[in-house]
Design a protein. Structure first.
Length: 136
């Protein structure tokens, strides 16, 4: 799921980049800034839509679950956890069929979100309470 970014520094400054990321599917871009580091935004996700996350300031913990049945998911599904930092432009690809829980790990953190559908183009949002899954 991770597309590793890189960084180059010289006398002119620093460039963070990701030359392997293909943005041809992107139709929408927005950012997320949680109001505190204690707050966890989730669980929510999509059966069809996919997303890409990149930390552009601070750091984020992103937990991901591949859902077995969106109407009644198993409470014992595996949670994969990733930490995104602003030191390089690493993208975390969240494929269709997944949900996420997002927590900023530093005050003022900002997460870039890229989506492959425009807002309102499809009806495909699923939400579950934070305590629904037994593994968090």
């Amino acid at each position: 799921m991770l597309l590793k970014g890189e960084k180059n520094q010289d006398e002119r400054g620093i460039i963070t980049y990701n030359n392997d990321f293909d943005a041809s599917q992107i139709k929408r871009i927005y950012t997320i800034e949680n109001h505190s580091t204690e707050f966890i935004r989730g669980w929510q996700g999509h059966k069809v839509e996919q997303r890409w996350f990149a930390c552009i300031r601070g750091s984020f913990k992103v937990s991901v679950i591949v859902i077995d049945h969106f109407e009644n998911p198993s409470k014992e599904l595996t949670i994969q956890t990733y930490v995104l930092k602003d030191d390089v432009l690493t993208y975390l690809h969240i494929p269709s069929g997944c949900i996420t829980a997002i927590q900023s790990k530093q005050k003022g953190s900002k997460l870039l979100v890229l989506a492959d559908y425009k807002l309102g183009e499809i009806s495909d949002e699923y939400r579950y309470s934070l305590d629904y899954f037994n593994n968090i």
